[in-house]
Design a protein around this ligand. Sequence first.
Ligand SMILES: [Zn+2]
Length: 107
Amino acid sequence: MRCRCPRCGEGKLFQGFLTVAPACPRCGLDYAGVDSGDGPAVFIIMIAGFIVVGLALWTEVSFEPPLWVHVLLWFPLILVLSLGLLRPFKAVLIALQYRHKVTQGFG
Ligand SMILES: [Zn+2]
C-alpha cells in the first residue's frame, strides 16, 4: 500500500504517477515485465462505484436535492476516489504477483 518494492519494502515502485520503475533502486529487483494490466481499474470501479452510488442514493432519499447538487457532489468525489486509489492498488497487485510468483515478471 505504500507503493514500495515487494521484496525489500524500501525502494520506490513508481517512477512517475503510474509508471513502474525499471528496477528497485534499493535491492535491484527487476520490475521489467511487471504488469498489473486492468486489475487496479476493476477494483476501483467497483469500490468507488459502490461508495458513490450508495451516497448518492442516501442523499436523494434523505434530502431530495436538485440534480445539479448531485453533479456538484459526486463528480469531484469520483475523481478523487479514482485517482487516490489507483496508485496504491496497482502497487498491491504488483506485490501480490510477486508473492505468488506470477510468470513473466520478476525473473
Ligand atoms: Zn527492493
